[in-house]
Design a protein around this ligand. Structure first.
Ligand code: C2O
Ligand code: CU
Ligand code: CU
Length: 565
C-alpha cells in the first residue's frame, strides 16, 4: 500500500498544524476564552415580540443567498440580553440552509475569517475527492477556496460542517454547521407537507455558563466520552417553542451535537411517522413513538397534531435511556431526559393531512454478492478510541477499495462507549445488528452514519461508485474523531475503457451496468451537448462523436473524442 501514500499531496497553502493528538486535548482546555467580534444581536427583536410564552419561539436558519459562505467569529443574542461568542457562517448559527436541486451544480466560495485553519465537509453529499472537505484540504486563517461539484443523488436532508484536523469538534460546537437540502421536483407528487409545514430542526446540545457563553473545555474524560451539553438548542434557539395548526407537519431532524445521542419522542407518547433517514425518503412511512438519533444522523418525521385541541400543547423531548460507558462522569450525562421543543396547537388545520402510504422505492443490496468483508474493530486504548488499533494519521492511507465493488463492512465495538460511525463518499445499507432479530426503523434506507453501541457488531453493505480518491470514515462523536478515531481510505479509480480499433470499426468496452456505469453519446460537441444513453456507438450516423461513461451519480470518468467514427 506504499504507493497510495503518495496520493496525499498537501496543498501548498495547507497549514500543518504541528499539533499532536495529545496537544488537541491541551489546546481545547484553553479555547473557551475564544472569540469576540462585533456582530449585531440579530435575533433580539423577534424574540421580544413573543415573550408571553416561556422560552423562545423557534428560529429558522436563513436560506443561503448568494454563493459565499463566510465563517467568522460573531456575537449573537442566542439568549436575549446576552451576547454569546460563536463561530458563525454568514453571521448565523446554525449556518444558512443550502438548497440544491438534484441534477444541478453546487458552487460556493468558502471564506475563512477565523484565526485558525478551516475546511467544510458536505456531509451526506457525494462530492469529488478534493471537494469533499478532507482535513488535509483545510485553508489557513484569512484564506478562501472555491467549491464546485454536481449534485446528482437522491433528495435528502444533508448538512455541512467544519472538518478541520483536530478542530472539527470545537468549530462545529461553536456553530460551524448548517443544513444542505437536496431537492427533487419529483417528490412533489408524493403530497408531503410543504412550505411552512416542512421545517428543519437542528438539534445541538451545549454547555453554557452564567454569562451565557458556550463553554468548550473538554477534559480527558470529556474526550473519552465526547463533549456532552446540559441544554439543547433547536435551530440555535434555547427553550424553543413553535406555534402549529392541527395539521400534518414534516420535520427534518439533524443531530448536530458533538456526542449527544437523542431518543426523540413526545412526552405524552404521541405517535409519529418516520419517513426518511440520512440518505432520503424510505419506501413507506413507519409509525413509531420514539426514534434514536445519533450525532451526524438525520431523520425526517411526519407529525399529525389533529388529535390536540386548539389551545393544547405537547413537548418533544429526548427521552431517557440507559447509556453504556462513562456517559460523562460528574458532568452532563448521556441518556438523560432533555426537552427539545414545545408545540402549541393554536389553529385549525390549514391543509389536508394524511401521510402518503408509499414514498420512494428502495432496492436492497444482495448480501450474497458482497465481494469481501472488512472488519473495523472499535476499541479503547488508554484515554482514546482506535479503529483497528490505530489512531488517525493524515498522511497514511489505511486501505483501498476497488471502485464499484459491493463490500460488507463490519463494525465491532469492543469498548464501552457508543460510536456513530460515518463514511464519506457513499451511502450504505444496514443489514445486521448483533443481538437483534429485526433492525430498528432508524436503520432503514440509505445511511451514512450508523450507531454502533458498546459491545455491538453492526454490518453494513456499501459500494463506492461515485468518485475515486482518498476519503475518510470516522466516528461522528467529534471528540472521538478529533482525538484520532478516523481512517483514510482510497477508492481506486474505475477500470479503464478498453478501445480496440480494427479497420472500419472501433470497439469500446466498459465496466458493466451492474457497477453503475452507462455509456452515453452525443453528436454535438458544444456545451449544449444532448447526452443520450447508448448501448453501442451508432457508427452509421457518421460525423464526430463524443463518448462519455457516467455512473449513477452522473459523474463523468471517461471522456474521449474520436473523429469520424
Ligand atoms: Cu459529518 Cu466526516 O463528517
Ligand atoms: Cu460526511
Ligand atoms: Cu466514537
Amino acid at each position: 500500500m506504499n504507493t497510495l501514500n503518495s496520493r496525499l499531496p498537501m496543498k501548498s497553502n495547507t497549514p500543518v498544524l504541528g499539533l499532536t493528538r495529545r496537544s488537541f486535548m491541551r489546546r481545547s482546555a484553553l479555547a473557551s476564552a475564544a472569540v469576540a467580534g462585533a456582530w449585531p444581536f440579530a435575533f433580539a427583536p423577534r424574540l421580544r415580540a413573543q415573550a408571553a410564552r416561556p422560552g423562545y419561539p423557534l428560529r429558522l436558519p436563513p436560506e443561503l443567498s448568494g454563493d459565499t459562505l463566510t465563517v467568522a467569529p460573531a456575537n449573537l443574542a442566542i439568549w436575549p440580553g446576552y451576547s454569546t461568542a460563536v463561530q458563525a457562517i454568514n453571521g448565523s448559527v446554525p449556518g444558512p440552509t443550502i438548497r440544491v436541486r438534484r441534477g444541478t451544480e453546487f458552487a460556493a466560495r468558502v471564506v475563512n475569517q477565523l484565526a485558525e485553519p478551516l475546511v467544510l465537509h458536505w456531509h451526506g453529499l457525494l462530492a469529488p475527492e478534493r471537494m469533499d472537505g478532507h482535513p488535509r484540504d483545510a485553508v489557513a486563517a484569512g484564506q478562501s477556496y472555491q467549491v464546485r461539484f454536481p449534485v446528482n443523488q437522491r433528495a435528502a436532508t444533508c448538512w455541512y460542517h467544519a472538518h478541520t484536523d483536530q478542530l472539527t469538534a470545537e468549530q462545529a460546537y461553536r456553530g460551524v454547521a448548517g443544513l444542505f437540502v437536496i431537492e427533487d421536483p419529483n417528490e412533489a407528487a408524493l403530497g408531503l407537507p410543504s412550505g411552512d409545514h416542512d421545517l428543519p430542526l437542528v438539534l445541538t446540545d451545549k454547555r453554557s455558563n452564567a454569562q451565557r457563553q458556550l463553554t468548550y473545555a473538554p477534559t480527558m474524560m470529556d474526550v473519552m466520552t465526547g463533549y456532552l451539553g446540559d441544554i439543547v438548542l433547536v435551530n440555535g434557539t434555547p427553550e424553543a417553542w413553535l406555534s402549529v395548526d392541527q395539521g400534518l407537519y414534516r420535520f427534518r431532524l439533524l443531530n448536530g451535537s458533538n456526542a449527544r445521542i437523542f431518543k426523540v419522542g413526545f412526552a405524552d407518547g404521541h405517535p409519529f411517522h418516520l419517513i426518511a433517514t440520512d440518505g432520503g425518503l424510505l419506501p413507506a412511512p413507519v409509525q413509531v413513538t420514539r426514534a434514536m438519533l445519533a450525532p451526524g444522523q438525520r431523520l425526517e418525521i411526519l407529525v399529525d397534531f389533529s388529535s390536540y385541541a386548539v389551545g393544547g400543547s405537547v413537548l418533544l423531548q429526548s427521552l431517557s435511556f440507559p447509556a453504556s460507558g462513562m456517559g460523562g462522569m460528574g458532568g452532563p450525562q448521556q441518556g438523560t431526559e432533555m426537552d427539545l421543543l414545545r408545540f402549541y396547537v393554536d389553529r385549525a388545520a390549514s391543509g389536508a393531512a394524511t401521510p402518503p402510504t408509499t414514498l420512494v422505492p428502495f432496492t436492497p443490496y444482495d448480501r450474497a454478492r458482497a465481494q469481501r468483508t472488512r472488519v473495523f474493530t472499535l476499541a479503547m486504548s488508554g484515554m482514546v478510541h482506535t479503529i483497528n488499533g490505530q489512531l488517525f494519521n493524515l498522511q497514511r492511507v489505511d486501505f483501498a477499495v476497488p471502485f464499484g465493488d459491493l463490500e460488507l463492512w463490519e463494525y465491532r465495538n469492543t469498548g464501552t462507549e457508543p460510536h456513530p460511525m460515518h463514511l464519506h463518499a457513499a451511502h450504505c445499507q444496514v443489514v445486521e445488528r448483533s443481538g437483534q432479530a429485526q433492525l430498528p426503523p432508524e436503520d432503514a434506507g440509505w445511511k451514512d452514519t450508523v450507531l454502533v453501541e458498546a459491545g455491538e457488531t453492526v454490518r453494513v453493505l456499501v459500494r463506492f461508485d461515485a468518485h475515486p480518491g482518498v476519503f475518510v470514515h470516522h466516528c461522528h462523536n467529534l471528540e472521538h474523531e478529533d482525538s484520532g478515531m478516523m481512517q483514510n481510505f482510497e477508492v481506486l479509480p474505475p477500470p479503464p475503457l478498453a478501445i480496440q480499433q480494427t479497420p472500419g470499426r472501433v470497439k469500446i468496452s466498459w465496466p458493466d451496468s451492474t457497477q453503475g456505469f452507462q455509456l452515453e453519446a452525443t453528436p454535438s460537441l458544444g456545451a449544449d451537448a444532448a447526452w443520450q444513453p447508448v448501448t453501442a456507438i451508432p457508427v452509421s450516423a457518421g460525423g464526430r462523436w463524443k463518448v462519455t461513461l457516467t455512473n449513477v451519480a452522473g459523474h463523468h470518468f471517461y471522456r474521449l473524442m474520436k473523429p469520424a467514427f
